[in-house]
Ligand binder design. Structure first.
Ligand SMILES: Nc1nc2c(ncn2[C@@H]2O[C@H](COP(=O)(O)OP(=O)(O)OP(=O)(O)O)[C@@H](O)[C@H]2O)c(=O)[nH]1
Ligand SMILES: [Mg+2]
Length: 216
């Protein structure tokens, strides 16, 4: 019985996600779902990408957190329109939450809607939000075995952004190992190596994202 119920929830989520996607497509808004562990660098990466893209794209953000509005305040500080979702314990966003948040966003004039999911490599994998693209953020301090241990989240992602490359000299993180594991799980997936604090690799990742927004 429980398995059937879980399937029903996911089916209902898929339906709502399709509606979100249709709504965003109709408004000409490209939607990006950013997933990764707590502290992997998702917000810092978005800040760096938005700075790089400021003359090319007008972004908005939905921030998903269990509690608080720290990341939304960061977005407000850089002038990006933002809606905060507090999941109050849930370890992932779902399409219904996004549908509610969309009611609070003026989509006119927005090119890119980035959704920063709740920091989690497990639960976020099962929920389509209505995005066109999903990127998984993995920092060099988390270990290069994560694609083997949490394959689902890597499998469904269009790109893996390896963050905090400035810390590489202080870790045993093997870039080749994680890239090979990701390629096995997502053969078409792109891989970027970035340091958001130093700016390394941000231009390449931003160009790729801008291309995707243009439908390339
Ligand atoms: N050295 C280094 N630190 C970074 C980099 N990117 C982010 N950080 C630091 O990592 C910590 C977490 O960064 P956030 O961007 O808040 O991480 P997050 O994934 O958004 O975290 P949650 O939203 O809590 O899941 C902060 O102290 C950042 O300054 C980087 O490229 N290099
Ligand atoms: Mg964050």
């Amino acid at each position: 019985m429980k398995i059937v119920a879980a399937k029903k929830i996911l089916k209902a989520n898929d339906q709502l996600a399709a509606e979100n996607r249709a709504r965003l497509d109709a408004a000409g808004v490209f939607c990006l779902n950013v997933v990764g562990s707590p502290g992997s660098g998702k917000t810092t990466l978005l800040e760096a990408l938005f700075a790089q893209l400021k003359d090319r794209l007008k972004p908005a953000v939905i921030e998903g957190d269990i509690a608080g509005s720290i990341d939304s305040e960061r977005m407000e500080r850089i002038g990006v329109p933002v809606v905060q979702i507090n999941t109050e314990g849930a370890c992932h966003l779902d399409a219904n939450m996004i549908a509610s948040a969309l009611k609070e966003i003026e989509l006119k004039g927005i090119d890119l809607l980035a959704i920063e999911n709740v920091g989690n490599l497990v639960c976020t994998a099962g929920y389509d939000l209505g995005e066109r693209l999903r990127i998984v953020v993995l920092s060099t301090s988390e270990g290069d075995d994560k694609a083997r241990k949490y394959p689902a989240i890597f499998q469904g992602s269009h790109a893996m952004l390896i963050t905090k490359t400035d810390l590489l000299p202080h870790t045993d993180f093997d870039l080749e190992r994680i890239a090979a594991d990701f390629k096995r799980l997502a053969p078409e997936g792109a891989v970027f190596q970035v340091s958001a604090v130093r700016g390394d690799g941000i231009a390449e990742a931003a160009d790729w994202l801008a291309d995707k927004c243009r439908g390339n």
